[in-house]
Write a protein that binds this ligand. Structure first.
Ligand SMILES: [Zn+2]
Length: 321
């Protein structure tokens, strides 16, 4: 865990002493690594190996990795729901009466601030006396939304954002194959490794972005009608517009930067060979305009069609006002 040395050494000390508190609240901004830290801590607390924990080899570690450790439970809002309801907390409490597997049972409440007030109240008493071997971890990006009585019963651990330098190390270490793309996303990740991982996995955006760039090449070669079908395809997924605009913007801005520096273009060389520096600049401006329009409730299909046609006009040197 890069950038979390302070937190890590605290957790390691707790693990070595083997006398954890009943409850921990890990808080920090979205995507900062709260869940990763909580999982690491839980795995180490449950590890039955004799050396450094988590050993990664004992039966407990193996079960944990496969997601089937009976002493490990994750409580989160049900799919399609935004809140953790009282029923989920009651279920968790009910499992606590059994003798824990090994001698410990770790429960993780994800995004604790989404617990309803009833759920939080149901949790209160258990937080005071969870029973032997029971450890409750709560992660939250909004600890202020938790009852003060919940917070006061937890050990509070801060999981901070990573600095630019630490993010760089994170990318080097975990994404050696996707280095280029990961680096391109760094600025938008704003110190959040979780966001970066999430967006690197988001192949839908990348695929559509490639489709658009290839569509533009076809259009520049004399078949602009392909662009209409693209506008329609993008409009089908409302969530796609914003990240797609960003992805395309980064592509063209990067291309422009390389152009200025006289560097070769690693991607979409056929397309970029057609476009001059001035054209790259105009295309980037067009995408900026689209990005601004997206904050209004514009018609997605028309907005994208207009943008793609404008880019086509720029690339084909057609003067449109
Ligand atoms: Zn182990």
């Amino acid at each position: 865990m890069i950038g979390q040395e302070k937190l890590l050494s605290y957790l390691e000390m707790t693990i070595a002493e083997d006398r954890p508190s009943h409850a921990y609240l890990l808080y920090g901004p979205k995507g900062c690594g709260k869940k990763t830290a909580a999982r690491y801590f839980a795995k180490a607390l449950l590890c039955t190996g004799s050396e450094e924990k988590p050993c990664g080899r004992c039966r407990s570690c193996t079960l944990f990795e496969s997601g089937s450790h009976p002493g490990w439970a994750v409580i989160a809002a049900k799919e399609g729901e935004s809140a953790i309801r009282i029923g989920a907390i009651r279920e968790m409490i009910a499992t606590m009466v059994y003798k824990p597997f090994g001698d410990r049972h770790v429960h993780l409440i994800e995004e604790g601030h989404t617990m309803t007030v009833e759920a939080q109240n149901a949790l209160l008493k258990t937080l005071e006396e969870p029973g032997r071997g029971q450890v409750i971890l709560i992660t939250s990006e909004r600890p202020d939304a938790l009852l003060a009585t919940i917070r006061s019963r937890c050990q509070i651990l801060n999981v901070p954002h990573l600095t630019d330098e630490q993010m760089g190390q994170f990318v080097q270490k975990y994404f050696p194959e996707d280095l280029q793309r990961a680096r391109a996303l760094l600025q938008r990740a704003k110190g959040s490794p979780g966001w970066l991982v999430e967006n690197l996995k988001d192949t839908a955006v990348l695929e559509m972005s490639n489709r658009i760039l290839e569509g533009l090449l076809t259009a520049f070669k004399g078949k602009p009608s392909v662009l209409f079908a693209l506008g329609e395809a993008i409009a089908k997924d409302k969530e796609l517009s914003e990240p797609l605009t960003d992805e395309l913007l980064y592509f063209f801005l990067n291309a422009l930067r390389r152009h200025y520096r006289g560097e070769s273009q690693p991607h979409q060389q056929d397309l970029l060979a057609i476009l001059s520096r001035r054209q790259l600049q105009l295309i980037s401006e067009t995408l900026f305009e689209l990005k601004n329009c997206l904050t209004y409730n514009m018609n997605q299909r028309l907005g994208w069609e207009a943008t793609l046609m404008r880019i086509y006009a720029i690339g084909a040197n057609i003067d449109v006002k």
